[in-house]
Design a protein around this ligand. Structure first.
Ligand code: HEM
Length: 228
């Protein structure tokens, strides 16, 4: 007997999501792998900056967003959302520590060479993302106390603020990554075409990662305005 049309549709949506998720993991590994290859065990301050920021944002923060989806290949056996959210915050925290370290190392490097700070679009956008990340870590911590904070703010409002900050922080960081790949560091080492390809890969990774958070943000936004 033929399956009802709705079941077929739902199955093909699930399959598409799983394929996109698998493609995204591959693109993340490809991008990070290529950066490791370019750095080739030469640990100058700028190389550490590029490596830490790419591990922090492209690997850990992207994975921390994908771990919350049902289709994520390495975590879909964990059916309990609460358990998956533990992976989410651990990956976020690691990503934050590693990328902040990368920025601090570049800051020290520029100090040593008496170069000006925050003098490019890349550095300004990256810095704003890092600031939001620090605020977000605090707002993330409040997620554990949503029940206790209930009297002050409704849980859905806290969730909405956390999602809004999270999406902004991640997107700005990935924009900084694209501006980073446009720098002579990348163009000199890898060539113009590869630099453009790396930027396209980062745009695809970002788009796939923020699909679910944006859906959830919009859902929570409508719940917030309906309840007011
Ligand atoms: C999410 C990832 C990234 C963030 C958040 C970030 C953030 C920053 C910040 C805040 C600075 C300024 C430091 C200062 O003024 O003291 C900076 C500088 C720099 N970054 Fe990044 N970065 C990221 C990724 C990259 C990548 C992937 C590259 C190269 C492939 C790169 C190359 C550079 C260079 C060459 C500088 C020095 C020149 C400048 O200030 O624009 N960054 N970055």
């Amino acid at each position: 007997m033929d399956k009802p049309k709705e079941i077929n549709n739902a199955n093909s949506i699930e399959s598409t999501k799983t394929i996109l998720n698998t493609i995204n993991h591959s693109l993340i590994v490809l991008t990070l792998g290529y950066i490791i290859y370019l750095i080739n065990f030469t640990f100058s301050k700028i190389n550490i900056h590029v490596l830490c920021c790419t591990i922090g944002y492209v690997l850990l923060m992207s994975e921390s967003l994908m771990v919350l989806t049902n289709e994520n290949i390495w975590s879909r056996k964990i059916t309990n959302y609460r358990n998956r959210s533990h992976f989410h915050w651990v990956l976020q925290a690691l990503g934050a520590i590693i990328s902040i370290s990368g920025v601090v190392i570049e800051y020290i490097g520029r100090n040593e060479k008496n170069k000006p700070h925050l003098s490019s679009i890349h550095s300004i956008v990256g810095f704003i993302s890092i600031i939001i990340m620090c605020i977000m870590c605090l707002s993330g911590a409040t997620m554990f106390y949503t029940m206790k904070l209930k009297k002050l703010l409704r849980p859905v409002v806290i969730k909405f603020i956390h999602e809004l900050l999270g999406i902004t922080c991640f997107t700005l960081g990935m924009i900084a990554e694209c501006y980073g790949f446009n720098k002579s560091w990348m163009r000199y080492k890898a060539g113009d075409y590869i630099a453009v390809l790396a930027i396209i890969l980062v745009i695809i990774i970002t788009s796939i990662c923020i699909m679910r958070p944006i859906k959830s943000l919009l859902r929570n936004f409508f719940v917030v305005i309906r309840q007011n």
